[in-house]
Write a protein that binds this ligand. Structure first.
Ligand SMILES: C[S@@+](CC[C@H](N)C(=O)[O-])C[C@H]1O[C@@H](n2cnc3c(N)ncnc32)[C@H](O)[C@@H]1O
Length: 265
């Protein structure tokens, strides 16, 4: 059974997810017509409820496998006063939604957590009407880079990635596999483009600080396990946290997400 999400659904993690989209700004140029009905796969704590705000005449359905995430997303929708958002607690690989029942399916930072992401992609394609869209965002963590003054932070992050995704727990390579994977399914007009999140410490200190805090937030839930397993030392983790707080002229922080758009035939 899919356990959902390696970083869990603690309050701190949900808060991080909600903040992350604001910091990344990676969906700001994506738009849906107001009469669209959109399903979000792995909606999490509701970071992408901007979709429901756009599809005012259509509707939004958020699917997630973890009840704590669905509860949080419902609260977020209520806070925003949304009346067109509904949620379903389910393994979205078997969503239970009808064939061709939505205009678009959207997933952000979800497939990387799945050992066989093709299953969810097929489900997304199944429920989208012909001519509708499938939209995916996935990170490629090898492109998550901080400058040379963040050596310990990057060491801890890489160890965390192995813990979270390797040995069949997830799909660390999904971002670069989106094009071949989608091309092998019944879709056309597959477009994959990089979205680069870039902050130079000397030029955009505030964004750089937020991105570094976000990186620490990714490691924190599993840092004890990494230490117990001998993947990092307590000293390396302490140094990593300090490194994240100090922005120097050398600090450079960049991450690339891959974004795929495909049309269902
Ligand atoms: C990193 S979070 C991303 C949340 C949200 N998409 C965002 O952009 O903030 C991954 C989410 O996918 C959910 N998830 C993982 N596997 C799932 C599955 N098989 N079905 C539904 N949700 C799943 C997790 O519970 C978690 O909420």
């Amino acid at each position: 059974m899919n356990k959902g999400y390696s970083l869990g659904a603690k309050d701190s993690e949900q808060k991080r997810l909600l903040l992350q989209r604001e910091i990344y700004g990676d969906t700001e140029d994506i738009h849906f017509p107001p009469d669209y009905r959109v399903a979000e796969f792995g909606c999490g704590a509701g970071a992408n409820l901007w979709i429901a705000q756009e599809v005012s005449l259509g509707g939004y359905i958020g699917l997630d496998i973890q009840s704590a995430q669905v509860d949080k997303a419902k609260q977020a929708a209520q806070k925003l006063g949304l009346t067109n958002a509904e949620f379903k607690l389910c393994n979205a690989e078997q969503s239970g939604l009808d064939d061709s029942s939505v205009d678009a399916a959207f997933a952000r930072l979800v497939l990387i957590h799945l050992p066989t992401p093709k299953t969810m992609l097929q489900e997304m394609i199944r429920i989208v009407r012909p001519g509708g869209r499938v939209i995916i965002h996935e990170p490629y963590d090898a492109t998550y880079y901080t400058g040379p003054d963040k050596f310990n932070l990057m060491k801890c992050f890489r160890a965390r990635n192995v813990l979270a995704y390797d040995n069949g727990r997830g799909s660390p390579e999904i971002a670069v596999n989106l094009f071949p994977l989608l091309s092998s399914l019944q879709v056309s007009k597959v477009e994959v483009s990089p979205y680069v999140i870039n902050a130079n410490g000397t030029k955009d200190r505030e964004k750089c600080k937020h991105l570094l805090e976000n990186l620490v937030g990714l490691i924190t839930p599993v840092s004890d396990q990494l230490i117990t397993q001998g993947k990092i030392t307590p000293e390396e983790w302490r140094s990593a946290q300090k490194e994240a707080c100090v922005i120097t002229p050398h600090t450079f922080h960049t991450q690339t997400l891959w974004r795929a758009l495909a049309q269902v035939n």
